[in-house]
Design a protein around this ligand. Structure first.
Ligand SMILES: Nc1ncnc2c1ncn2[C@@H]1O[C@H](COP(=O)(O)OP(=O)(O)OP(=O)(O)O)[C@@H](O)[C@H]1O
Ligand SMILES: [Mg+2]
Length: 260
């Protein structure tokens, strides 16, 4: 089971857009997929057609903290893969996680291990994280097999990337399955002069971590969210190009990690 966490402390870089459409792309190649919404903003949950007010707090990650089995909290989404939804009460999640045994570090790792007996129920799990560091990120990193950081050409993003790199290194000490950090360039125009300068800086430090797939600014990524659809269901004119990019990304990740 591959567990991909989409993380960066900087807000608005595309974490949720990538988590939702990457989950959809994995399910398009017939893998069994679970998306876990770890952000109290519940954007991924709403995007997948589940209104957060209809979710009971114990059906979210808060239930996992209380020791509920993963299976009893997940539900099918309209997009064809399973969802562990978020609830606004998850605003208290960092406190709840930090107060659990071992500062909650193994909550998700244990939940996946329990759900995987006798066999893993999913090939791929995608975690959509809040724009924050702290106990929830630490717990997620302890369970991930790869952390994916979306970056945009901005200085503040580079600062967040440095901090995340340190968190990933620390997590690798308790999670040997965590292969490392991959950097996914989002809202990128590789031919624009500004982005080229930024890209050179990025390559100096993260050359071996850069994913080859680059996501440009595309209306489909913005508008599909408003329609509560993944780009695979959305009919906008640039949707086919975005679908192809997400399928490329899936291929790249399967080459790196294997499919399940
Ligand atoms: N490649 C793209 N092209 C066009 N719009 C994009 C692209 N990537 C993200 N967006 C838009 O940027 C905004 C922020 O994206 P998103 O919500 O995915 O970021 P986030 O990192 O999850 O934010 P937060 O940190 O608040 O959770 C959204 O309106 C989204 O539609
Ligand atoms: Mg988000």
């Amino acid at each position: 089971m591959q567990i991909y966490g989409i993380a960066l402390e900087k807000g608005g870089v595309g974490k949720t857009s990538i988590a939702v459409n990457l989950a959809a792309a994995f399910s398009k190649v017939n893998l069994r997929v679970l998306l876990i919404d770890l952000d109290a903003q519940a954007h991924a949950t709403s995007w997948l057609g589940v209104s957060p007010e209809t979710v009971r707090p114990e059906e979210s990650m808060l239930g996992i903290v209380q020791g509920r089995p993963l299976r009893s909290c997940v539900r099918p989404s309209l997009a064809g893969f399973d969802l562990l939804p978020a609830h606004p009460a998850m605003a208290s999640l960092p406190v709840q996680v930090a107060g659990a045994l071992n500062s909650g570090l193994f909550l998700l790792q244990d939940a996946f291990a329990q759900a995987s007996t006798p066999a893993p129920p999913y090939d791929v799990v995608v975690l959509d994280l809040a724009p924050a560091r702290g106990p929830v990120l630490a717990t997620a990193l302890s369970a991930m097999t790869r952390c994916i950081a979306p970056v945009q050409p901005e200085d503040l993003v580079l600062q967040s990337l440095r901090a995340l790199t340190e968190s990933v290194r620390a997590a690798q000490r308790v999670n040997p399955r965590l292969r490392g950090l991959s950097v996914l360039r989002n809202r990128y125009a590789p031919r624009s002069a500004g982005d080229q300068v930024y890209d050179a800086t990025l390559r100096e430090t993260y050359a071996s971590s850069l994913l080859q797939t680059i996501l440009p600014v595309r209306a489909a990524l913005r508008d599909a969210a408003g329609m509560r659809q993944t780009v695979f269901a959305y009919g906008g004119s640039d949707a086919p190009e975005v679908r192809a990019l997400f399928l490329n990304l899936v291929e790249e990740l399967i080459t790196l990690d294997g499919g399940s």
